[in-house]
Design a binder for this molecule. Structure first.
Ligand SMILES: Nc1ncnc2c1ncn2[C@@H]1O[C@H](COP(=O)(O)OP(=O)(O)OP(=O)(O)O)[C@@H](O)[C@H]1O
Length: 256
């Protein structure tokens, strides 16, 4: 199968400092890929490079067989929840409609087809019943769903999620993980996360990033503790290894 998102030999510098080096990553349709690595590994920079928001020094990024173009490639981006203003007096459906603002254009009102796209997106994240509720009244998990719906209104081929589990309790993480699994039946999904247990449990593939892709594979195949130690810069006594079942156990996972 061909990749819907591919990065080949990608280098990115920020402020003249090397941040990403020789990154290779290939994501197929209907794959849920977890992008994991320590603080400063370059996860956000990689997502921003895929969005065309930072310049690559060299290498190639292709989305749906075309070089990435900022704002034009079929990519849905779900920012971290704190990056969105939640105390603004708008309803769930209006917040989701902002995902179409660029397409609708300045000073034009949304048409029937735009409201249909909003309705479809809300249905996919199971928020139809709450569509008229002010966003200020939503829980963290519901807010995450609104942001996902806002990305889905553009009907992207690739969905990028930036730290979707941060600050959410385990039951909410589990329900969201199921949602992302369902979305990955129709889209390629790339999720940057610090939540290793959820990533191992939810994702089809993991990319271990530390300035470059240290390892890529099914969670169940990434059992060599040395690659985790190298990617995260931890010792073999680190609780990180135990938390993902590498320490003697076998990680539970989806789709092994
Ligand atoms: N605008 C910038 N100018 C220079 N360096 C930057 C800039 N933005 C980020 N960096 C550096 O690039 C590196 C990668 O940062 P990035 O935010 O991509 O990592 P991350 O894996 O997302 O980290 P975290 O998990 O902490 O969010 C860090 O060393 C950071 O200090």
């Amino acid at each position: 199968m061909t990749a819907v998102l591919s990065l080949e030999h990608v280098d990115v510098d920020l402020g003249r400092r090397p941040v990403l080096r020789d990154v290779d990553l290939h994501v197929e349709d209907r794959q849920l890929v977890g992008l994991v690595g320590p603080n400063g590994a370059g996860k956000t920079t990689l997502l921003r490079a895929v969005l065309g928001l930072v310049r690559t020094r060299q290498g190639r990024i292709m989305v749906a067989d075309r070089p990435v173009r900022p704002g034009r490639s079929p990519i849905g981006y779900v920012p971290q929840r704190h990056a969105f203003t939640w105390d603004f007096p708008v309803s769930v459906q209006d917040a989701v409609m902002t995902g179409l603002a660029r397409r609708i254009g300045l000073f034009r009102r949304p048409g029937v087809e735009h409201w249909r796209a909003v309705g479809d997106a809300l249905e996919r994240v199971r928020m139809t019943d709450l569509r008229r509720r002010p966003v200020a009244e939503l829980s963290g998990g519901q807010r995450q769903r609104v942001l996902v719906a806002r990305a889905l209104v553009l009907r992207p081929r690739v969905l990028l999620l930036d730290e979707p589990f941060t600050g959410l309790d385990m039951p909410t993480q589990e329900v969201l993980g199921e949602l992302f699994t369902a979305l990955a039946r129709e889209n390629a999904v790339v999720m940057a996360t610090h939540d290793l247990a959820s990533a191992v449990h939810t994702c089809d593939r993991l990319a271990l990033l530390n300035r470059t892709v240290v390892a890529f594979g099914r969670p169940g195949d990434l059992r060599d503790r040395r690659v985790w130690m190298e990617a995260f810069g931890v010792s073999e006594r680190s609780p990180l290894l135990a938390s993902i079942g590498i320490d003697g156990g076998v990680p539970a996972e989806r789709g092994a």
